[in-house]
Design a protein around this ligand. Structure first.
Ligand code: SAM
Length: 178
């Protein structure tokens, strides 16, 4: 049984960021996170949308609104591993083998302005290429490398709809409730 892994999005602005932040949460869910944590504005509607994805496609992504730096500080004080995705960091393929997996892990994704303390509190500042790009792309590439093949081949318990990947057309199995 592997340790818990959460993705923490900092500095969420409800008026500006819902679409990209929903995409972050969907990547976190699809690639194997246990939880998606939001710091900044609260957004119950987004959390409900994520629950509805679980109710159709299975799994149980936990969602929680947290204080960003406070949560991160406690996580590290309690012995957890904190990985900050930033273009200024160490290249991710070089960093991953050095990161502890025997403690709960939080992956931090920045918002509009990332406080300097985040860089200091996290044991790992990790880059997916040293150029600015998308937090969604950075998270997907990082999680794929972190979990390897199992990232995109997970079981999603309790699914009503199960997609069978195919070269042509759409194959979707509807699961009868017992
Ligand atoms: N202006 C912000 C700042 O002060 O750093 C960065 C905005 S950027 C679009 C949002 C987030 O995407 C970053 O905080 C980081 O987590 C992620 N990101 C962007 N480019 C990245 C890269 N090359 N490697 C890792 N993460 C990256």
């Amino acid at each position: 049984m592997s340790e818990r892994l959460d993705v923490l999005r900092l500095g969420y602005r409800k008026g500006r960021d819902p679409r990209i932040t929903t995409h972050l949460a969907l990547v976190a869910r699809a690639m194997g996170a246990d939880g998606f944590l939001l710091a900044g504005d609260e957004d119950k509607e987004m959390f409900e949308n994520l629950k509805s994805v679980d109710s159709r496609f299975g799994g149980s992504l936990e969602t929680e609104h947290v204080s960003g730096l406070g949560h991160l500080r406690r996580h590290v004080e309690n012995g957890g591993t904190a990985i900050h995705l930033t273009m200024y960091g160490e290249p991710f393929r070089k960093a991953i083998p050095k990161i502890r997996r025997d403690k709960p892990v939080v992956i931090i994704v920045g918002g509009a302005k990332v406080p300097g303390d985040v860089y200091k509190l996290c044991q790992h500042n990790v880059a997916v290429g040293n150029q600015p790009h998308s937090e969604v792309a950075a998270l997907a590439l990082f999680m794929d490398a972190w979990f390897g093949e199992s990232a995109s081949e997970r079981n999603f318990d309790g699914a009503r709809l199960v997609i069978e990947g195919t070269n042509k057309g759409k194959v979707v199995h509807e699961i009868e409730e017992e």
